[in-house]
Design a protein around this ligand. Structure first.
Ligand code: HEM
Length: 375
C-alpha cells in the first residue's frame, strides 16, 4: 500500500477516535459510557485477547530447537563459546532474555549494509533504532508507573520515587510551591519525542517507508495522541485530578462512578488509552508478550548435547532383524540362508548345518566371514 494512503488512513482513524468522546461527553454527557463501560470492555478484551494469543502460540509445535541466534555454539572444550548469544542451558537463556528485554541487545547489534565506492559492501554502525526504541519504551514505562498514583491510595513509595526522579527539571518558581508551572515530567516529552522519531524513521528511510503499513502507523499515531492529550491536560488545559482519582479508584475497586466536572479532554485521553489496550493483543504491540514465547529466544541451544525426540511422534511398529530371524530361523536354515544364531537342537543330536555352511565356498569362506560382510 502506498505510504501516503497508509498515513492518511491511520490519521483519519485516530481523528475519528478523538472526535467520538469529544462529541459523546461534551454534547451528550456520556460520562458513564466513556469513563466506565468502555474502559472495562477494553480491559476485558485485553485479557481475553492476551490469553487467546498465548494459548494459540503455545499450541504451535516446536519439535526441535531453532538456534537462529549469532555466536559460537557450545562444542569442543577448547573452542570458546558464546554463552549469551548461543546459550547451552537455562541460566544462559535467562541472561539472554534479561539483556534482550532490558537493553534491547539484538537491536544494539543491528548494522546497515552499504555499498562503498562501487561494488564493495560495508556494514555501517546503526544504533538509531536502538536509541529511539529505548527512549520510547522506557519513557512509556515511567509514564505508566507514574499514573499508578491515580489508582492507588496511599501512593506506593516507588511511584513517588519515580515521579520525583522524573521531575528533576523543576520549572516552577522554586522554592515557593504552588507558584508557577507544575514540575516538568521529562518522561511525557521523551515519550512524545521517541514516538515522533520512530515515525520519522519510517517516513524518511525509503526501505522502511516501502514496508510500512497502516498497522505500523496507527499505533504510533494513537500513542502520539495519548501523549499529546496528557501533556495538554497537565500543562495547559487543567483537569480536576481529584475527580480523576475518584474515577480511577472506583474503576479498580469495582465500585465505578463518573464524577462531574472532569473535563472532556480527560475522556478523550481515557478513550484513546482504552482503544490502545483493546487493540494491543491483536496487533504488533503483542511483541511485549511474544518475546517471552519466542522459541529462538527462550530455548537453549543444546542440540549437540541432548538427543531431542519429537514429542508428537506417533508410535511406529518396528520389526528388527533379530525378531525377523527369530520368526523365520528354521525356514532360513532349511533353505540354506545364513543365520546369526543357529537353532537350538535337542541334546545328543547334531544340528544339520545349512548347505553353504556345510560346504564352504571355494575361497574358504566361513560363516564368520559372511557375517562380517553383512555388517
Ligand atoms: C497507555 C497508558 C497511558 C499513557 C501512555 C498516558 C500518557 C500520559 C502522558 C504522556 C501524560 C502527560 C503528563 C505526564 O507526563 O504525566 C498524561 C497525563 C495524564 N493522564 Fe495519562 N496516559 C495513560 C493512561 C492514563 C489513564 C488510564 C488515565 C486515567 C486515570 C490517565 C490520566 C491522565 C491524567 C489525568 C493526566 C494529567 C496528569 C496531571 O495533570 O498531572 N492516563 N498521560
Amino acid at each position: 500500500m502506498n505510504f501516503i494512503v497508509s498515513i492518511v488512513v491511520s490519521g483519519f482513524i485516530v481523528t475519528v477516535l478523538v472526535l467520538m468522546p469529544l462529541v459523546g461527553v461534551w454534547a451528550f454527557d456520556m460520562r458513564v459510557l466513556f469513563g466506565i463501560i468502555i474502559p472495562y470492555l477494553a480491559f476485558l478484551t485485553f485479557f481475553v485477547g492476551l490469553i487467546y494469543r498465548v494459548i494459540s502460540w503455545g499450541r504451535s509445535p516446536v519439535p526441535f530447537r531453532i538456534p537462529t541466534t549469532g555466536g559460537q555454539q557450545k562444542t569442543l572444550p577448547w573452542i570458546k563459546y558464546n554463552r549469551f548469544d548461543n546459550p547451552s542451558n537455562t541460566v544462559g537463556v535467562i541472561g539472554r532474555m534479561i539483556f534482550e528485554v532490558l537493553t534491547f541487545r539484538s537491536l544494539f547489534r543491528n548494522t546497515r549494509m552499504e555499498f562503498r565506492g562501487g561494488p564493495r559492501i560495508g556494514y555501517e554502525w546503526e544504533k538509531w533504532l536502538w536509541l529511539f526504541a529505548l527512549m520510547f519504551h522506557y519513557s512509556f514505562l515511567v509514564v505508566v508507573i507514574r499514573h499508578l498514583r491515580f489508582f492507588t491510595e496511599p501512593i506506593p513509595g516507588f511511584v513517588q520515587f519515580v515521579a520525583y526522579m522524573d521531575s528533576f527539571m523543576q520549572t516552577g518558581v522554586v522554592p515557593l510551591s504552588g507558584f508557577g508551572l507544575p514540575a516538568l515530567m521529562v518522561s511525557g516529552f521523551a515519550l512524545l519525542g521517541g514516538v515522533s522519531l520512530l515515525f520519522l524513521r519510517r517516513l524518511l528511510l525509503p526501505q522502511m517507508r516501502y514496508i510500512s503499513l497502516p498497522a505500523d502507523y496507527f499505533p504510533l499515531f494513537l500513542i502520539t495522541a495519548i501523549a499529546l492529550t496528557g501533556i495538554l491536560m497537565r500543562y495547559l488545559l487543567k483537569v480536576d485530578v481529584v475527580s480523576v482519582k475518584e474515577l480511577a479508584l472506583g474503576l479498580v475497586s469495582f465500585r465505578p462512578k463518573a464524577p462531574e466536572g472532569i473535563g472532556v479532554l480527560f475522556y478523550i485521553h481515557l478513550f484513546l488509552v482504552s482503544v490502545l489496550v483493546a487493540y494491543f493483543p491483536f496487533s504488533k504491540l503483542m511483541h511485549l508478550g511474544g518475546i517471552f514465547l519466542s522459541p529462538t529466544r527462550n530455548l537453549s541451544n543444546n542440540n549437540r548435547i541432548v538427543r531431542h525426540i519429537n514429542p508428537w511422534n506417533y508410535p511406529v511398529t518396528t520389526h528388527t532383524y533379530d525378531e525377523y530371524e527369530e520368526e523365520f530361523r528354521d525356514k532360513m536354515v532349511e533353505v540354506g540362508i545364513p543365520v546369526e544364531k543357529m537353532p537350538e537342537t535337542p541334546a545328543g543330536e547334531e544340528a544339520e548345518p545349512a548347505e553353504e555352511e556345510a560346504a564352504p565356498a571355494e575361497g574358504g569362506e566361513t560363516e564368520a566371514d559372511e557375517k562380517g560382510e553383512k555388517e
